[in-house]
Design a protein around this ligand. Sequence first.
Ligand code: GLA
Length: 418
Amino acid sequence: MKLTVMLLALVVQVFSLENGLMRTPPMGWLAWERYRCNTDCEEDPDNCISERLFMDMADRLVEDGWRDLGYNYINIDDCWMMFERDEHGVLVADPERFPHGIKYLADYVHARGLKLGIYEDIGNKTCMGYPGTMLDKVALDAQTFANWSVDMLKLDGCYSSAEDRAQGYPDMAKALNATGRPIAYSCSWPAYDGGLPPEVNYTLLMDICNLWRNYDDIEDSWQSVLSIVDWFTKHQDVLQSVAGPGHWNDPDMLLIGNYGLSFEQAKAQMALWTIFAAPLFMSTDLRTISAQNVDILQNKLMIKINQDPLGVQGRRVLQTKDKIEVFVRPLSQKANAIVFFSRRTDMPYRYKTTLRSLNFTDSLLYEAQDVYTGNIISGLVADTKFTVVVNPSGVVMWYLYPISALENPLARKKFLSL
Ligand code: GLA
């Protein structure tokens, strides 16, 4: 009997990452999609992967209001290192491009109320060929990042075997915990194992990672956004159930501000990522971004929805033969976010529906606020017929809340206060 109890205790004592971080999806800026592995600081000093780029973006995050809206991570991706470790096996930042080292950069961003993220890979090499962590360097690299006061690690999976990943990702979670420094942990593990059970063990990931990339890299095109949306939607039953406070699915960076998306498509990506309770990592030039794109990314109601404390991922609830799709994300205080999304390529489409058709079968009185225009749509009950006009490859997004529970105008004002 005693033995059984002891054995059971051993079995149930699964390690978990207890950093208490990312109770809502993380927000910030990540270098990769826009700046890739541009290491040519001689020819392209403004855009190469260097401390200057990260300091410039940190300054923008603070001075242009991003940080105060929640965009507080500034994250390095691949190509920050030297091609060799030092004589003690420690990773070294490229001294030409990061002349003051990573600790200096961390201090710089911390002084501005931001957090610093870094990138490594559990395989022999990073995707761009820099030294990987491999299994024997997990503890050393975790300690190095902690010594540098880093706040987040994206651990990629290039040049690794399924066995390396099964060992290495949990090992790194333990090693990060053992440093005593809270370091958020982004695992690319599922993306390298097809993103689905049984190859991917989401129960384990929820325990050891704060977020994970499930699927392919985003590229600067609408087609790329659609392929990610399609995959996330196709597998929404699996994915919805594994997201929650402290552990998020990551459909990859926001393209907004770059070259591949129209204004409508940029609004659609932001709305859909918010429905997915996705991390909001911008990857664009914040020094030159247009006011229109800033408006999308700094939409306060959008951010409030993305950061909803319930942390429930939304899902597609219907698809019409006219190529309109409706996504719903349940929020706290009985509110919901609804996205009407058009896959059409002709003209603005007048989509007529009722809340009942979108599975709202209760007898509450609702009001909605259009997230992009700010317009209020009042007097909605389950059977009220309404029309939304959805532009080609665009969205209409509603923040829908029950009004019958909020008759007092003061309570209502507070409820909507941003
Ligand atoms: C992989 C990742 C990307 C990026 C690159 C860097 O492709 O999925 O997000 O980190 O590696 O080389």
